[in-house]
Design a protein around this ligand. Structure first.
Ligand code: PEP
Length: 249
């Protein structure tokens, strides 16, 4: 059986002192959960968050990285740097990075490869725009993004990747995909992985849903056949709300 994973994406929010206070408050609220708990925090919060989460079941991730190990890339942070301080996870190809920072399926693929080479676990994001959905192209778009994100990766490498299906129209808008729509989209990603690899790989990969997940809709979404948890933006900034999502059962 696949485990459930709840990952928070703080985006560009939380100062280090706020991050530490949040993790201290969250720790007792989630200590008994069977689910994996991840917080993807801004770069400046990483070290403080890692220290505060030591000896807890809360794992820490970054929200982006560069694909090169080092060099003349002013303002960038590499996978090797993230690994060196103990980061375990990294979000790759979030739609906000694709939209505002010109990330493409090609850079997403390069970053996933670099993350894996540095023993980081990527949470790769895919999702369609409202126009693509209304044109009936949602499944085509997300299966193509999945294929390109995973290009040249072996099935052994796939076991260290999670994919988050995040319909762009549902991110930060308060609009959530129905659990049936979200489950169907995620099922189509699983089927694509079965085509690219095999049934066992498809059955074991963790696939998350993201897009206005809240305490009140988390149980319905996360108890469908194919959704293995969530990537949570806005609601991951409120400790009680986030703890309820983690403890959705
Ligand atoms: C996200 O940032 O990945 C996200 C899903 O945001 P929200 O939950 O706020 O829609």
């Amino acid at each position: 059986m696949r485990k459930k994973v709840i990952a928070g994406n703080w985006k560009m929010n939380m100062l280090p002192n706020e991050a530490m206070a949040f993790i201290e408050a969250l720790t007792p609220m989630v200590k008994d959960t069977p689910n994996e708990v991840i917080l993807c925090v801004p770069y400046v919060d990483l070290f403080y968050s890692l220290l505060t989460s030591q000896n807890t079941n809360i794992k820490i991730g970054a929200q982006n990285m560069h694909w090169e190990e080092k060099g003349a890339y002013t303002g960038e942070v590499s996978g090797k740097m993230l690994k060196s301080i103990g980061v375990e996870y990294v979000i790759i190809g979030h739609s906000e990075r694709r939209q505002y920072f010109a990330e493409t399926d090609e850079t997403v693929n390069k970053k996933i490869k670099a993350a894996l080479a540095n023993e980081l676990k990527p949470i790769a994001c895919v999702g369609e725009t409202l126009e693509q959905r209304e044109a009936g192209k949602a499944i085509e778009v997300i299966t193509e993004q999945t294929k390109l994100a995973l290009q040249d990766l072996t099935k052994e490498q796939i076991s260290n990747i999670m994919i988050a299906y995040e319909p762009i129209w549902a991110i930060g808008t308060g609009k959530t995909a129905t659990s049936e729509d979200a489950n169907n989209a995620i099922k189509s990603i699983r089927q694509e992985i079965e085509k690219l690899y095999d049934t066992q790989t498809a059955e074991s990969i963790i696939l998350l849903y993201g897009g206005s997940v809240k305490a009140e809709n988390s149980k319905e979404l996360f108890t469908t056949s194919d959704i293995d948890g969530g990537l949570v933006g806005g609601a991951s900034l409120k400790v009680e709300e986030f703890s309820k999502i983690v403890n959705f059962q």
